[in-house]
Design a binder for this molecule. Structure first.
Ligand code: NAD
Length: 307
């Protein structure tokens, strides 16, 4: 790959101003410009959140997200396009977001915020609030997100059980189950936290059976991708008190449609796919781009390669 021009695709504005990344990378040897779909085709590389067919004319696509389920791997391979992602940077942001959800449920903060909107001085019942030490979180996926969640939530006194494809131990996790034993892993958890990528294997991994196996007072947290959870089974489970509630950053359809019952449920926290947001995002993603520009110049294998 001979890099003369890198395009920052305008779609990254969903997460940060494109110009912040452009100026952060302007000391690199290749020229760095903000590009639309058409101009992207004239670049050797493009940094983006969205996928466009025009990118097939580039040698390298860098996704500013970790999840690359939107990219057509087969087409990229056919056109000899390298795809890299931004896994590795979301451990602390997602860890803190999940800690926030858990603290909200335990200390009832989501209800206080809802009541405040109504100017209602409304205390929870005596037995609603609890504290986190001694509770158990089952973290499904022990990659960057899973480890970040284990670290931050573990520091609040929560016991951390991990689920991964093999049952080999992972530092920071008190216990590990293999994915085939998911039912057993979720059965005793106060919180089930989904942190796996969306693949053919993980589509609707959390289904009616998993929800029925969970404790009635347990909460589901999804910070991965909407379709890893069967969303209508989840709505049913919450409506019928099969589980206590959920905190969701990702949905099967985004933006979450206005008519979704999830918006109105007392024990559901909805956040608009921004659990990894931070004012440092352009620097964190930019550092991966910089590292890979340097690797490509010295003919080394690129970091975070997916295709
Ligand atoms: P990662 O590659 O570091 O970790 C993913 C882990 O899941 C890996 O350890 C992998 O082995 C494991 N895994 C894959 N399939 C599995 C299966 N069937 N059973 C058990 N484990 C399995 O990726 P990451 O950075 O931790 O991100 C994970 C996913 O979270 C991304 O793909 C993305 O979809 C999502 N994500 C969401 C946000 C957000 O804003 N909410 C931010 C970052 C990532």
């Amino acid at each position: 790959v001979d890099l003369e021009r890198i395009g920052v695709h305008e779609s990254v504005e969903r997460v940060f101003p494109p110009d912040e990344l452009r100026s952060y990378l302007q000391d690199l040897p290749p020229a760095v410009d903000i590009v639309d779909d058409a101009a992207a085709a004239d670049c050797d590389a493009v940094v983006t959140i969205a996928y466009r067919e025009q990118f097939l004319a580039c040698d390298w696509i860098h996704s500013i997200q970790a999840g690359v389920d939107r990219f057509p791997f087969g087409d990229l391979e056919d056109h000899g396009v390298v795809l890299t992602n931004s896994t590795g940077i979301h451990d602390r942001t997602i860890g803190e977001t999940v800690a926030g959800y858990l603290l909200a449920f335990a200390r009832r903060l989501h209800r206080h915020v809802a009541n405040q909107q109504e100017r209602s001085w409304n205390r929870p019942a005596w037995d609603e609030a609890f504290t986190l030490p001694g509770t158990t979180a089952c973290v499904v996926g022990t990659g960057t997100l899973g480890k970040g969640v284990a670290n931050v939530v573990g520091s609040l006194g929560v016991d951390i059980v991990g689920v991964r494809r093999s049952a080999d131990p992972v530092p920071g996790f008190d216990e590990i189950y293999a994915t085939e034993d998911l039912l057993e892993a979720v059965a005793d958890a106060d919180f089930v936290i989904v942190t796996v990528p969306l693949t053919d294997d993980t589509h609707h991994l959390v289904d009616e059976t998993i929800l029925e196996t969970m404790r009635e007072d347990a909460y589901l947290v999804n910070v991965a991708r909407g379709a890893v959870v069967d969303q209508s089974a989840l709505i049913d489970a919450i409506e019928h008190n099969v589980v206590a509630g959920a905190a969701l950053d990702v949905f099967e359809t985004e933006p979450l449609p206005e008519e979704s019952p999830l918006w109105g449920m007392d024990e559901v926290i909805v956040t608009p796919h921004c659990g990894a947001f931070t004012r440092d995002y352009f620097r964190d993603a930019g550092d991966i781009v910089r590292e890979n520009v340097e690797r490509l110049e010295s003919d080394e294998a690129v970091h975070n390669r997916v295709v």
